[in-house]
Design a protein around this ligand. Sequence first.
Ligand code: NDP
Length: 305
Amino acid sequence: MESIKCLIIGGGPAGYTAAIYAARAAMAPVLYEGNQPGGQLTTTTVVENFPGFPGGVDANTLMTQMRSQAAGLGADIRRGNIVKADFSSHPLKLFTDRKEELLADTVIIATGATAKYLGLPSEEKFKGMGVSACATCDGFFYRKTDVAVVGGGDTACEEATYLASLCRKVYMIVRRDVFRASDAMQKKVLETPNIEVLWNCNTQEVLGDASGVTGVRLLRKDGTVFDIAVDGFFLAIGHHPNSELFKEWVETDEQGYIVTKGKTTQTNVPGVFAAGDVQDPDYRQAVAAAASGCKAAIDAKIFLK
Ligand code: NDP
């Protein structure tokens, strides 16, 4: 059994930033990176909106640098997963996929969220080559082209209006004949001249070639199959916060996002903090996740005192 002062779960911007701060605060952090070291950002290419990189930065490079910075400051970064948590007593108990038992004084949950995809093989094939689940991250690369957004919720409407400011034309692919989004967001979409809503449509296939996405094949509810030509295909059908492991102990909202107290990262369990997308249904940006990782390390330091 290993005793740890500060255990960080998750190797995305929130986890690595928490590790940087915790290492500098002499908390001897141990970070488990999980299955996707680098987090969601590694599914994109160039990041142009992370401050400090005027020419943009390759997403994998950015995450590797954050990791090296944390390791260089003394964080113990480990490959592997936490597979079970027991927060019924303090110190907090956690179990790894190698069946090791860890006893932690503080835990920072930074397990992120996973964008939902449709599950089509063609969508998988063109991920990062025209298929994206983040218009704010990747929209800029499709300036003055035609793109499609799948979904009819607030995210889809927000992403479609954002893309409409950059792109020539935005198709919204909506599977029913109504939006799920709020009235205000719907109004905004319907008043934007270069957005065309394709109601009652489901995506059959993402079309493309060696250069990436070239179009989408759609099936309308009346049985009509038709193609649209687009360079970008954006999914906006929701996210899953990766909080399942902790739900027995930590309070989550109706969508599964971990609830934190006020401006802090403190959960309902003393000594357990949450940072990044696992507790943030709204902003979902790398820089916002990094900032909350910083807050979690500071909150954990105060708790240890
Ligand atoms: P939602 O769950 O609200 O909407 C998902 C949308 O995707 C729905 O239109 C849904 O269709 C559609 N969808 C789901 N699965 C599929 C599929 N397999 N194929 C095609 N379409 C599919 O998710 P959001 O991410 O939009 O929003 C999450 C939460 O965050 C909401 O509470 C939202 O209000 C909130 N939010 C608020 C914002 C704001 O206030 N500014 C901005 C963004 C989000 P259907 O309706 O048929 O189920």
